[in-house]
Design a protein around this ligand. Structure first.
Ligand SMILES: [Zn+2]
Length: 476
């Protein structure tokens, strides 16, 4: 079915409409719309990420009128969930954005960073066009000013478990999704006859057993569940085994005299890896004075925000904070903010761990570090997160012998490791268990997964399961 045909799909005679405008049979761009009780509520408004072609879709129409949206419920601060909010505001949204306090703090950082990248990218393309003598005026998707306007739209702060009234007969509750700091699943309740109708959006669900956050929680009951399916077809290695694998990869690389490059997502993953390295050093599995460069202003900013929310962590990490010990710090750690200091790392040819973004290597400082290390057989590249189709990270993981970086062909001779136990996402069994804890479900909608992966999970879930197409709408 084409998405145009899908947009016409309309079933049931319910008084609620649910439609999907992102992460439909794909992983990024989360954006779902609930229309009920005379209100239009958007759950997330994320950026589409991946190849250049995919990213160009961000500039197309949303599939609804931004000015007609009353409320946005933001599940968490990852760019693929909050990244189109400034565009929504730019195109006319004047309602309220509701999120947890940590999500608000992190989204602020993420959106300013995204606007900065958009503006830089546009300037670069304009310079290129100018050199070619083409008179082409490209506009960024949004600017820093749009981000300021977006921050003005953040209203009430959600607390886990507390009910927020959205309109008469319409409420929402946030549940800890255990995915990144401040992340939530949201349960929308609509008064209808004797019993309310309840629609639960999982947001992104965490991988239980990681040290920083609590495992995902869920309400006991819901009528409709919209859930993510990123890792719907596979199991993760246990966390402890993943830390072991990371320490071994680092030790072996240092013995060969190389550097370890870790393409790092700035939120959560960077802090988890810092925590794991700190543990490895404490347990004498890694050299005590090992040099670690966190070469990402965004990850550094996020780490500072993480330190501001000590009450959101697991008991083990909360105890460290209570004893004034920083879970994200150790002797050899260097925070690299300035570009000149980042370039200086190029002179380090061995014995260092270099963490830099972006996690999927689609941009950012990590591409420079790959250019300087990918061709060295003594170096290692350690992937610790999801790599979407079409990204440089995925090409390297899939065994490319040569990649293009800054117009130069670079041979891949470094050791390539993928360690998925650090994933911030639930694996197949955890997704099945989470869904299994919710009673009374009439229908489950799968989003936020690649189509083939989603189909595998759909087979394993109870009851009717839908895999909506982009812009498909359902009357419930
Ligand atoms: Zn996420």
């Amino acid at each position: 079915m084409t998405s145009a045909a899908a947009a016409q799909t309309w079933r049931g005679n319910g008084s609620m409409k649910l439609s999907f405008h992102g992460a439909a049979r794909s992983v990024t761009g989360s954006c779902h719309l609930v229309e009920a009780a005379g209100r239009r509520i958007l759950v997330d408004c994320g950026m589409i990420q991946g190849s250049r072609d995919l990213e160009e879709e961000n500039a197309t129409a949303f599939g609804f009128e931004p000015h007609a949206i009353d409320i946005v419920l933001l599940t968490h601060a990852h760019l693929d969930h909050c990244g189109r909010l400034p565009l929504l505001v730019k195109r006319g949204f004047r309602g309220e954005i509701i999120a947890t306090e940590a999500t608000r703090d992190l989204a602020r950082l993420v959106l300013f960073d995204a606007a900065h990248l958009q503006e830089e990218d546009t300037r670069r393309r304009q310079r290129g066009a100018h050199r070619r003598g083409v008179d082409e005026v490209e506009m960024p998707l949004f600017t820093l000013l749009d981000v300021f306007d977006t921050l003005d739209r953040f209203g009430r702060r959600a607390e886990y478990g507390a009910t927020i009234e959205l309109a008469p007969g319409l409420r929402v509750r946030f549940f800890d999704a255990g995915h990144i700091l401040g992340s939530a699943s949201v349960l929308i309740e609509i008064d209808q006859g004797d019993e309310p109708r309840r629609v639960l959006f999982s947001g992104d669900l965490g991988n239980a057993g990681r040290p920083l956050l609590a495992p995902p929680s869920a309400p006991a009951e819901a009528d409709i569940v919209v859930m993510e399916s990123t890792y719907g077809d596979r199991r993760h290695r246990p966390y402890a085994a993943s830390v072991e694998e990371l320490c071994e990869a680092i030790a072996a690389t240092f013995r060969r005299g190389g550097n370890v490059i870790i393409p790092t997502f700035a939120l959560e993953r960077a802090q988890e890896i810092l925590f794991a390295l700190r543990q490895g050093i404490e347990q004498s599995r890694l050299p005590p004075s090992m040099a670690v460069f966190l070469d990402s202003p965004l990850a550094i900013g996020a780490t500072e925000i993480f330190r501001r929310h000590p009450r959101l962590y697991s008991a083990e990490v909360a105890a460290l904070f209570a004893h004034h010990r920083d879970p994200f710090s150790f002797a050899g750690l260097h925070f690299v903010r300035e570009a000149a200091d980042s370039i200086a790392i190029n002179r380090v040819t061995g014995g260092a761990v270099i963490m830099a973004g972006s996690g999927m290597c689609t941009g950012g400082r990590v591409r420079h570090h790959l250019r300087h290390n990918l061709w060295r057989p003594e170096a290692s590249i350690v992937f610790v997160g999801f790599a979407a189709n079409g990204t440089l990270a995925r090409r390297i993981i899939d065994g490319a012998r040569q990649v293009d970086l800054f117009g130069e062909a670079i041979s891949v001779r470094a050791q390539i490791h993928t360690i998925n136990g650090f994933s911030a996402h639930a694996d197949q069994q955890e997704l099945i268990d989470w869904r299994g804890r919710i009673a009374g479900v009439e229908k489950t909608f799968l989003v936020h997964g690649e189509e083939t992966v989603m189909s595998v999970l759909a087979e394993k879930l109870p009851g009717p399961v839908e895999m909506p197409y982009q812009h498909q709408a359902f009357a419930l």
